[in-house]
Design a protein around this ligand. Structure first.
Ligand code: UDP
Length: 414
């Protein structure tokens, strides 16, 4: 800028300061401020050339670069907030569309005996007794007030009715992708039969107990007390987890993500060529601000627990779902991450969260409130009830007891 404008800017600065002191000149002050900002901000710094000014300039340039870099994230959040209407969960309203979606393929023709026979799995007794017990807990509660019906419930991890082979089969599964017709039901692990790790030798289960203990842990680890680090602990049930583990090895101050052993572990090769890490309890996850969720063989049971820490959940991939996933909205309740995100994309997203602490806290709280308010044990039971009632109306034949059936009865107290 020329000497003339230097002088002009200096003059403006003097006027501006004077007007700030004498607030009676408010409208002039406003006019001059506009001139100042538009033409003289940079110039003023070079006139004064104080250390403070240089630092402020550096911070401003840094903020500008960050703002530009993060524009896509701000835009995504703004759009999500504009379109977001919180669901009303009176009468299980948040999840009614899930039932409509899953039963739609059977709506037109109904479900006849032949379809049930085709869908039937071949075992007479349960393949995973504790998984079955985790389902029976809900069914036995509801059975006295339900019409008779045949149900084919899959207790394997993987869904069974592929859209690429044959007709839709009415098979209930806890998790699926859009490539499957399976009807999603609340996983056994809400009650029992979840993965057994050394910290939870009887299997991850008792969602009611985890809710209480995680809520307590989250109160002891308020947002301000949490460590600004991304965290993941789990076994290598899917290689989609590798990039975060590798980033953690490179930048341990930014990410602590390590593989633990599972029952299939044989050597360090199974923990991506590093010794297995010790397991970390779900409560201890609450110490960290950013928690990563990945699919495993199917959806991972860790998902719902992470939110209760009041930490910000980074949910990777959008294919594998449980019954409640689709009611949660990306950028409203969690940070969505592509399953193909490489290390630099992961790093960028974590840095975005660090540099936008208030936004991160807001999303973390909304995610927590969603799970806390809408995924109580009573909501899970209600979902089962609505699902079974709607399903039973689709059966086009009268159910009859067969000689092969085993009677299931309530075991002990619950
Ligand atoms: N888990 C845990 N702490 C650990 C490792 C695992 O709490 O250090 C829990 C985790 O919440 C998950 C379950 O154990 O629900 C199994 O985790 P893993 O990563 O082995 O398999 P996933 O089911 O996620 O594919």
């Amino acid at each position: 800028m020329s000497l003339v404008s230097n002088t002009f800017c200096a003059w403006l600065k003097i006027c501006y300061d004077a007007f700030l002191v004498n607030m009676s000149g408010l409208s002039y002050s406003f006019l001059i401020t506009i001139l100042w900002v538009a033409h003289c901000e940079e110039q003023f710094c070079s006139i004064d050339s104080t250390e403070h000014c240089t630092k402020e300039k550096e911070v401003n340039v840094y903020k500008k670069v960050l703002n530009e870099q993060y524009e896509k994230y701000y835009y995504a959040i703004e759009e999500a907030e504009k379109n977001y209407k919180p669901c009303n969960n009176t009468h299980n309203g948040c999840f009614k569309n899930v039932i409509i979606r899953d039963l739609k393929p059977f709506k037109e023709k109904g479900i006849n005996k032949d379809l049930i026979n085709t869908a039937k799995m071949r075992q007479k007794s349960c393949m995973f007794p504790s998984r079955c017990a985790g389902i029976e807990h809900f069914l036995l509660k509801l059975a006295p007030n339900m019409p008779n019906m045949d149900l084919i419930i899959n207790v394997r991890d993987y869904p069974q009715s592929s859209k690429h082979f044959g007709v839709p089969l009415p098979i209930f599964s806890f998790s699926k992708t859009p490539q499957y017709y399976d009807i999603t039901y609340p996983a056994w692990a809400f009650w029992e039969g979840g993965p057994a790790i050394s910290l939870y030798p009887r299997g991850l289960g008792r969602w009611d107990e985890h809710r209480a203990s995680l809520d307590k842990a989250s109160k002891n680890a308020s947002w301000e007390k949490k460590e600004s680090k991304a965290f993941f602990r789990g076994s290598r049930t899917s290689s989609e987890r590798d990039n975060l583990i590798l980033l953690s090895r490179k930048k341990p101050n930014l990410v602590d993500a390590q593989y633990t052993k599972n029952q299939a572990w044989k050597s360090d090769e199974d923990t991506l060529y590093a010794p297995p890490a010790s397991e970390v309890s779900l409560k201890a996850h609450c110490k960290y601000k950013y928690l990563f969720n990945y699919r495993g063989v199917a959806a991972s049971f860790r998902h719902k627990h992470l939110f209760l820490c009041r930490s910000l959940v980074f949910h990777v991939g959008d294919e594998w779902i449980e019954f409640y996933y689709d009611t949660m909205i990306p950028w409203i309740h969690y940070i969505p991450v592509s399953k193909d995100a490489d290390q630099s994309v992961l790093e960028d997203l974590i840095q975005f969260a660090i540099n936008n602490d208030e936004l991160s806290k807001k999303i973390a709280n909304r995610g927590r409130d969603f799970i806390w308010n809408n995924l109580k044990m009573s909501d899970v039971t209600q979902f089962w009830k609505k699902l079974l009632k709607s399903y039973s109306k689709l059966l086009t034949y009268k159910t009859a007891l067969s000689k092969n059936m085993i009677k299931i009865e309530k075991k002990g107290k619950s």
